[in-house]
Design a binder for this molecule. Sequence first.
Ligand SMILES: [Cu+2]
Ligand SMILES: [Zn+2]
Length: 176
Amino acid sequence: MKLSLIPLCVLAHSAVGCALNAVAVFKNDQGAHGVASFSQEKTHGPTTIHVEVWGLPEGNHGIHVHEYGDLTEGCNSTLAHYNPFNKTHGGPTDEERHVGDLGNIYSPGPDQSAVLDITADLISLHGKYSVVGRGMLIHSGEDDLGRGGSPLSNTTGNAGGRFLCAPIGWAAPKAN
Ligand SMILES: [Cu+2]
Ligand SMILES: [Zn+2]
């Protein structure tokens, strides 16, 4: 009966608290892999995101929610950064930014885990702007947060290739 709470919660548009959890599981052909976990305690509250990835080259890597959870053309078919309010690309705390702009995840090297914990006030698992069903992306290069002065700074942060991607789905309830 626990499972029936998830669709109820989504449909209710409730003003009361309604905790939802989502997850994206990454894996690529170069042996990199990891998990991004999303948790939103209150319907209109922030979403906490915990990311842990192995196999990322040393350095900063742009991390975003992209528009679609569609991997038919690999990471390319996730298309652009999720941007329902038609903003310019920015950093995760900038006033002007895409909803999907989460900044960078730092990797100490491919044999160690790269961890990112963020509280994202624009990311929601509820309602029409829910990111569930969209795509989570980790790039080969660093996101310049819109400040790099390259032609791509204002759209992608010039973060380079698409290294890891995964659709964001509802998380199964934890057995505990
Ligand atoms: Cu991206
Ligand atoms: Zn962006």
